[in-house]
Ligand binder design. Sequence first.
Ligand SMILES: NC(=O)c1ccc[n+]([C@@H]2O[C@H](COP(=O)([O-])OP(=O)(O)OC[C@H]3O[C@@H](n4cnc5c(N)ncnc54)[C@H](OP(=O)(O)O)[C@@H]3O)[C@@H](O)[C@H]2O)c1
Length: 321
Amino acid sequence: MLAASCTSQSADDPLSGLTVGERPEPEAPDGWARVTVRAASLNHHDLWSLRGVGLPADRLPMVLGCDAAGVDEDGNEVVVHGVVSQPDWSGDETLDPKRSLLSERYDGTFAETVVVPRRNLVPKPAELSFEQAACLPTAWLTAYRMLFTNAGVSPGDTVLVQGAGGGVSTAAIALGRAAGLVVWVTGRDERRRARALELGAAQVFEPGARLPARVDAVLETVGKATWSHSLKSLRPGGTVVVSGATTGPDPSADLNRLFFLQLKVVGSTMGTRAELAGLLSMLVATGVRPVVDEVLPLAEAHRGFERLEAGDVVGKVVLTP
Ligand SMILES: NC(=O)c1ccc[n+]([C@@H]2O[C@H](COP(=O)([O-])OP(=O)(O)OC[C@H]3O[C@@H](n4cnc5c(N)ncnc54)[C@H](OP(=O)(O)O)[C@@H]3O)[C@@H](O)[C@H]2O)c1
């Protein structure tokens, strides 16, 4: 089958390790299901894997891709939950210390077929296309958990989203707006800030700008470049939820500010199968849909990765086998 795999890793030239070519059809162990992939979406995670972050070299070659929508062996349209926990794990899958994300231990979704534990399949609502559904299990699920499980906010509260055009950022803007939050956004260029306004941002700012007021929560995926601004932007007792560090993971902790203003820092990773089902219901109920920047054939995966690496994408790039 055709697949896009990580065959070598380079921090400086990640795309040199991306190979699109034939791979053996996967076997489904007991309790696992074969899914014919109809669409899968790119995430920054795939770039990290090619850079050698989070994917040990001794597991190569590894099919990339964390999320997909497709059809199972019984003909059901499904969305694939990408968090694989141990078979005997119960409860919040993201808290299993031995959990992995598809493409970290088990081959991922940039392929004609993917095999996953059967319990990782969630019914795809008919209202969503395969391309839309394929955007949800990583970026959108992460934004959903950050906002509704970890930020501690209520309708009417103000949330700052750092970054305008990213997969997680666009999801957070659209979901936050649909939930009645006042969403403020920082973005690096005019085009991306304008898109954020279209998606439902109440106000947009240049990175690091002084805000008109302090916010109740900040959603952080950018890391070093925005961390200091995130802490300065919070009201006393506010919460910064962190799920990524695109520009680097080692900012100053600013401990004086942290304790004096009694700020909360909450880590957040992916989401549970139940949260994915909640996200799907929310999209059906509200009419909110993922922002798809471009749909490319799997054979042209390189182009999608180039655009993601260049920071050129607004929303999601989708691959179709
Ligand atoms: N923990 C988890 O479960 C989880 C899940 C999903 C993602 N993540 C992580 O979250 C991060 C974002 O993922 P993604 O898929 O949304 O990535 P993406 O689509 O590539 O988006 C990157 C985002 O970072 C912003 N950005 C990049 N460099 C910046 C800089 N120097 N200053 C300000 N903003 C900058 C961009 O803002 P502009 O639009 O303004 O350029 C954009 O919003 C990645 O590090 C990823 O690994 C973690």
